[in-house]
Structures are given as C-alpha cells and as structure tokens.
Design a protein. Structure first.
Lengths: 488, 290
C-alpha cells in the first residue's frame, strides 16, 4: 500500500503544472506571512522612523513589533489594579515629557512647501476651495487630508517629538495619530486629540480586569436576538467565573496576536489549489484510458482507489498543515509567542484579528484554528475527489467545485437565521475561524443551546464533516468496481 | 493450466455482444479471429474482469475468477486494444509503476523490466517520455507491461495493430517462446498474424464462437471448397456476384481468381490448398467489412 501511495504522489508530481501551482501557493502564503510582520501602521500617512526614549531608532514594522513586545513585557506578571496604574503613569509620563511643542519645520516645508503655514491656516478656515487644495496636493504629493463638517480642510502637522510620542502612543493605546492643522488653526484650536485614543489603557484594561469586559463585549455583539443574548450571557458568565477563579496574568500579546492574524489570512486560495490538484485524481485514468490495465492487476481497483483517497486527503491536509507550520515558524522567527494562556486581547496595534476579546485564550483559538483549517482542507479534498470519482472528468469537477465555492461566497455569515449556520459549513468559511468566536448581527451565534448544554457550533461543523467524509469514502470504496471502467 | 468459461453472456442495452460462450483453453497460443464488432474485445474484457458478466462462470486453474479476483489477477497479463498510457511518464517509470500495481518486489521488477526492454528492443528508449514514442513502440511498451508479472494467462487484444513487419516478427518470436509456459489468447482480424503461431483458432461471429479447432483441422474442413481458375475479364465480374472471391489478379492471360464454393461450379476450376484467409472469408462472406 505504501508503494502504491507513493506512486500516486509521483503521478501528481510528474505534472509540472501541479508542482508550479504548489510552489506558487507557498510563495504567496510566505509573502502574506511576511507582510503581517512588516506592515507599517495603517494610520501613518507618511513613513516615519520611531525613536525610543533612550534614543534607539525603530526603523521598520518588524522592529516596531519587536520593540512593542519587549516593552509591554516589562508589565508581565499578575494582573491587577496596580498593573493598570503603573501603565497609566508610565504612559502619562512619556506623553508629558514628549509633548508636541516644536513643529518640524523642515519636514513641513518639504511636504507642504515654503508657505505651509499660510496654506494650512487658509485651508482650516475656508479660504480655499476643494479645487485649490487638490491642485496643491497634486503638486506637492500630499496623500492625505481630512475635512470637518464645515468644509474646512485639515492636514497632518509634524512635530519634532512625533517619533517618540507616537511610538508610545501606539504601544499603549493601539493607535497613533499625527496632530492636525485643525488643532492648530481651526475653531477649537488648542485641543489635543490624543486623549481620544487612550482607549486601551483607560478602558480596555480595567474592563478586562473586572471580567466585565466579557459580558459587555458579548452583549454589544449579540443585541439582536433574544435567544442569542441568552446564549451569550451564559457563555459570558461561564468564562467570567473561570477568569475570576484563576489568577489573572498580564503579558504582551503582540506575538500571539500577529500569529492569529496570520492564521486568519489562510483563505480560499489554498482550497482552490487543492481543488485544482485533486480534480484530476479519479479522472486521469479514464482520460488516458489506463484504467483498463490498472484494474486487472494484483493490487487492483479497490486498493488503487484507497491509495488515491489517502493520497488526496494527505495532500490536502499536507498543503494546509505546511502553511500552518510556516505561520508558527514565522512567529518564532519574527515576534516570538508569549504564554498561550493569555486571553485574546489586541495590544499595540499588532494585527487585526477581530474576534471577541477577553474571553477565549490564545490556546483555545489556536487549537480551533488548526482543527477547522485541517478539516476544511480534508472536506474540500473529499468533495473534489467524490465529484472527480463520479464524473471521471477533470473539467467537470473543477467547474462544479468552483460553483460550490462561489455558492459559499454568495451566502455569508450576515444572513438571517439558519442560512448563517449553513454558510458556516462551507470549507471556505471554516477557514474564517474568527467568525466562530463572534456574534453576527444576522443571527449567527458561536454556541447553540441544546438540552441545556452549550455546544460550540464549530465542533458541530467538524463532526458533521467527519461523518460526511466517512460516508463518502465508504461509498467510493464500495462502488469502485461498478464505476472504475467506463466503456470506451 | 486451463481457462474455463461456461455460458458466458454479456449484453449492452440493445447489443448482445457475447452470446453463451463456453470455452476451455489450455497452454499455448489461441487465436481469436473475428470481424470488427464480433465481440472479441468484449470477451477479453469479460475474461479480465473489467466488465461484469451477465451470466456464466469463469475459472482459471481452479480459481474462481469472480470470487478470488486478486489471486486470479496476479496470473493475468492484459494488453487492451486501445492501449492507454500516461504521456508524461518515461518508458521505465511507466513499467515500474505497473510493477507496483502488480505487486512485484522492487528488485525483481527492476530486473524484469530490463529483460523485457531488451527482448522488445526498447533499451534505447528507456528514458523517453511515452508521448514521444511511435505507435509501434507504444504497442511494444504495452506488450512489455502485460508480460511484467510473467503471466500465466496472457490476453492480447489486437497486439499487432500498428506494428511494422520487423516488429511483427519480433513479436511473433516472443509469443512463440512464451507459449510453453503460458495460456495466450490473442485476438485479431488479420489472419496472417495467427496463422503461423496459433496452436488453435477460435472464430467469433456476432458474439458466438463458431469454430474452435487447430489450424490443421480447420483447414481440412475447408478442403475441397477452395478453387482457382483463370477467366477473361468480362466473365470475372459475373462470378464475383455469385461466389466469395478470395483473390483476384489480372494478368495477360485473363483474371486469376481464387474463390470459395462448396461444389465445383466451373469445369475448368482447379482445387487449391486452403489457407486461413479462405476460412476467414468463408465465415464472413456475407458482406461484413473486414
Ligand atoms: N461498452 C459498450 N457499450 C455498448 N456497446 C458496446 C460496448 N462495448 C462493445 N459494444 C458493442 O458490442 C459489440 C462487440 O464489440 P467488440 O467487443 O468491441 O468487438 P470487436 O472487438 O470484435 O471489434 C459491438 O457491436 C459494439 O458496438
Ligand atoms: Mg476489438
């Protein structure tokens, strides 16, 4: 059987197209992974080199994440009021010391021109029309501006303190913003917007500590239906109890969160590759008419079918497992993980993983992601091979599978009621693990209540697919004789 | 070593392709002769187990082929009429893939492949991709594939189609050398293919086996039915409507004719020594295309 399996692998490997496709996929996901760690902050309009309080340069995205991780790690330990107090104090100290006072005139001139002051003032007080502003922007290469409700334009203002100020703003609050000409020349001149963004230290952390975060988040997410609220309040209570029983720990979650972000980036492209590679699995023997010499052999049709199923499944799993491994490996190379028992909690603008915070641990999400991803891979592999088996035609298989994929995009989680649940069964949606941990306003709840038990819907999805896969493989193996040779 | 078919029957929707065939084939070369569409391929496929029997039974050396298919298949070598292959495989890779399917050990199959490549004169093409080979070479690869596991029951469906005269001779010698250890069933619609190597001949028509006998016996049966004569061209045309003409050759003294007739219908017709062509035409004279 092993030799048969190996020869099926070789058969796939002999197609250059397959090999090229796989290499392309891994190059693509490698690039995606790299991007996550090297992205610069979305709020930055123009590239800037951060600087630490002890005058170290933080030159790029990766350096930023590494520094943020190290920096937040200083607060690691039991999590309590003192932790928050300490963080607040440290933050305020830095904000005070590096308060924005000195405009970086050199940079202003470079970006807005020598007369930057009169231009920004004019724009902030309705002196210019849109036309004027646009012309100037084209000339000067300015790529961003804002507009207030009175139709006044405002632009970023650069301060000499920005490199330090904004670095710590981003680390502590998860956001960093340039000051704007609005604050300098507009109606409410003098008001500093930095307070608006102090959400993390002032709101999230205390909420997290009280365990109230869980409940509030859940209710915010699940306001729309009575049934879901019921489920959500129960899960909130359950996790709160768990949180309160154990000693809460604080640590940097930068590395952990970037890992989740990357896991969330695995998408339907991988599934498409599986479809294309496997659509030929049972079709090529018919296509090349080799079936008639393969069957009257000692190993025969039955073992060949089993070998093909194993080959296809292991390949599907292998493709996604390798991607998962690449992601985990990247985490160790770039920003290493802290404890996986920390609850999911985005900090320092690391990654964009949009799931319910404060409730689930990184470990739980990680394990679920591995499971859901691998089962999605097997599911798509199995469905592809089943269609390939019955149609014996590569293109028919690929087209049917494409229809299947498009169908899965046509209905998404934001549907009403059962459609949202149906949608979660599609392999391409199973990869969006995120959604199995959020309440969608359409009516999707990650937990269903059955006979007073709270059952995670993702488990049901996995079990359903495993059952279906077993049934399909039994059918295929049982029917091998009837179907293998088509009359020529 | 005996292949036994009992009341084997197979229909496709409207077509009754194989009708109640009962056969016993021992060691040696058996030629299966029949026009296109007479059911040769279907019969071969039934014997291979590629398509299920409607009725009947199939045994080989006390093995019930339908029940112990694995064991049965290990004795089997099969060359299909339309030999399918993976174009991107090299000759060697293809044969070693087949040897895996035939559950041969690695060392044994390596040695076996070398031997067969040598015997079939394919040595120099060993690493060529199958898509680069000519039709004759592909056939030879197909034959090599069938012979890999040293089959006891060798089924060759029109093995000589596409072979050039030299290849045919190589093939004939190969088959002749195997006939001592092996039961070979070889289908063809080309009489000369089997004439020299077949120990006995099965004539198949519309799904039934009409005759099954040694070449010599079959020819005795034709004794007294084959005639030769020379006629002026004008009369030759009239004759061809009445009798089955085997050969017709126009020369200076008129048209030389060889035809089949149960009686001496022309006084100047002379008896000729029958050969398989005569036999074949005798059975397929009713307008079937050959
Ligand atoms: N798979 C099939 N489906 C329907 N009819 C078939 C099939 N295979 C063969 N036949 C029919 O059975 C008859 C015998 O065909 P075949 O065995 O290929 O003859 P031969 O090999 O002697 O030329 C033909 O009339 C053919 O059309
Ligand atoms: Mg045929």
């Amino acid at each position: 059987m092993m030799r048969l399996l190996k020869s099926e692998y070789q058969k796939l490997g002999k197609r250059k197209f397959t090999v090229v496709l796989l290499i392309a996929l891994f190059a693509y996901s490698g690039y995606q992974i790299y991007q996550t760690y090297h992205a610069t902050a979305a709020s930055e309009i123009m590239a800037m080199t951060y600087e630490t309080t002890d005058h170290q340069k933080v030159a790029n995205g990766l350096a930023y994440y590494r520094y943020a991780d190290e920096y937040l790690h200083q607060y690691a330990g039991p999590f309590n009021e003192d932790t928050i107090q300490k963080m607040k104090e440290d933050y305020q100290k830095i904000m005070k010391k590096y308060q924005r006072k000195n405009i970086d005139t050199e940079k202003m001139e470079r970006i807005y021109g020598k007369d930057w002051e009169s231009f920004l003032k004019g724009a902030a007080t309705s002196k210019y029309m849109e036309e004027d502003v646009r012309k100037r922007m084209e000339r000067m290469n300015i790529d961003g501006y804002g507009m207030d409700d009175k139709g006044n334009y405002f632009f970023n203002v650069f301060y000499k303190e920005d490199p330090v100020y904004m670095l710590y703003q981003r680390i502590y609050t998860g956001h960093s913003q340039y000051a704007t000409s609005h604050e300098l020349y507009g109606e409410n001149a003098g008001q500093i917007s930095s307070e608006i963004v102090d959400i993390s230290v002032n709101q999230y952390l205390p909420r997290f500590l009280k365990g109230a975060g869980a409940e509030k988040e859940l209710f915010e997410n699940a306001m729309h239906s009575g049934e879901i609220t019921n489920a959500s309040s129960r899960i909130a209570k359950k996790y709160q109890e768990e949180l309160q029983q154990g000693q809460l720990q604080y640590d940097s979650t930068v590395g952990n969160h970037l890992l989740l972000t990357n896991l969330n980036k695995i998408d339907f492209v991988s599934l498409l590759v599986i479809i294309i590679v496997l659509s030929d699995m049972f079709a090529q023997e018919t296509h090349y008419k080799t079936d008639q010499i393969l069957i009257p052999t000692k190993e025969g049709a039955k073992r060949l079918v089993i070998a093909k199923l194993l080959c296809g499944m292991s390949l599907a799993i292998g493709i996604l497992f390798l991607q998962l491994c690449m992601i985990v490996l990247a985490a160790f190379i770039f920003v290493p993980l802290r404890s996986l028992d920390l609850t999911v909690f985005p900090q320092a603008d690391a990654g964009y993983y949009e799931m319910i915070r404060f409730i689930f641990t990184y470990r739980e999400v990680l394990v679920s992601t591995f499971f859901l991803t691998l089962i999605a891979a097997m599911a798509i592999g199995m469905v592809t091979m089943t269609i390939s088996y019955f149609s014996k035609n590569r293109f028919a298989t690929a087209i049917l599978m494409l229809v299947f994929m498009i169908l899965s995009f046509a209905i998404n989680f934001r549907q009403d009621g059962w459609l949202a649940y149906l949608c979660s069964l599609f392999p391409s949606h199973m990869l969006e693990v995120n959604t199995f941990y959020s309440w969608m306003n359409g009516g999707f709840s990650p937990f269903i209540i059955f006979m007073d038990m709270m059952i995670p819907w993702k488990n049901i999805v996995c079990v359903l697919w495993i059952i279906l896969m077993i049934i399909l493989s039994v059918i295929i193996i049982q029917r091998y004789q009837k179907h293998f040779v088509k009359s020529h | 070593m005996e292949l036994t078919l009992e009341h084997v029957d197979k229909s496709f929707k409207q077509i009754h392709a194989v009708r109640d065939v009962t056969l016993q084939l021992g060691k040696g070369v058996h030629g299966l002769l029949g026009a296109n569409g007479s059911g040769k391929t279907t019969l071969m496929r039934l014997i291979c187990g590629l398509i299920p029997l409607d009725k009947g039974s199939l045994h080989f050396m006390d093995i019930n082929a339908l029940k112990q298919y694995d064991t049965y298949a290990s004795y089997l070598g099969y060359l299909p009429q339309h030999f399918g292959y993976y174009p991107h495989y090299s000759v060697y890779d293809f044969l070693s893939y087949m040897s895996i399917l035939k559950n041969m050990s690695k060392e044994y199959s390596e040695q076996r492949i070398e031997t067969l490549l040598e015997r079939l004169n394919l040595q120099s093409h060993k690493h060529k991709k199958l898509r680069q080979l000519s039709g004759g070479m592909l056939r030879r690869v197909g034959i090599a594939q069938a012979l890999l596991n040293e089959p006891k029951l060798l089924l060759l469906d029109e093995p000589t189609a596409g072979l050039d005269p030299k290849e045919r001779i190589i093939f004939r010698n190969l088959i002749a050398s195997l006939s001592q250890e092996c039961c070979i069933l070889l289908s063809t619609h080309i009489v000369s293919d089997v004439e020299t190597i077949a120990d006995d001949i099965l004539v198949m028509k519309e799904g039934s086996i009409l005759l099954h006998d040694t070449v010599a016996n079959l020819l005795t049966y034709m004794q007294g039915k084959v005639w030769e004569m020379v006629l002026p061209a004008s009369e030759a045309i009239a004759l061809s409507d009445k009798y089955c003409i085997v050969k017709q050759h126009t020369m200076q003294d008129g048209v030389h004719l060889r035809f089949i007739s149960d009686t001496q219908s022309y006084p100047n017709a002379k008896l000729a020594i029958p050969d398989l062509d005569d036999l074949y035409l005798y059975y397929f004279q009713d307008g079937e295309t050959v």
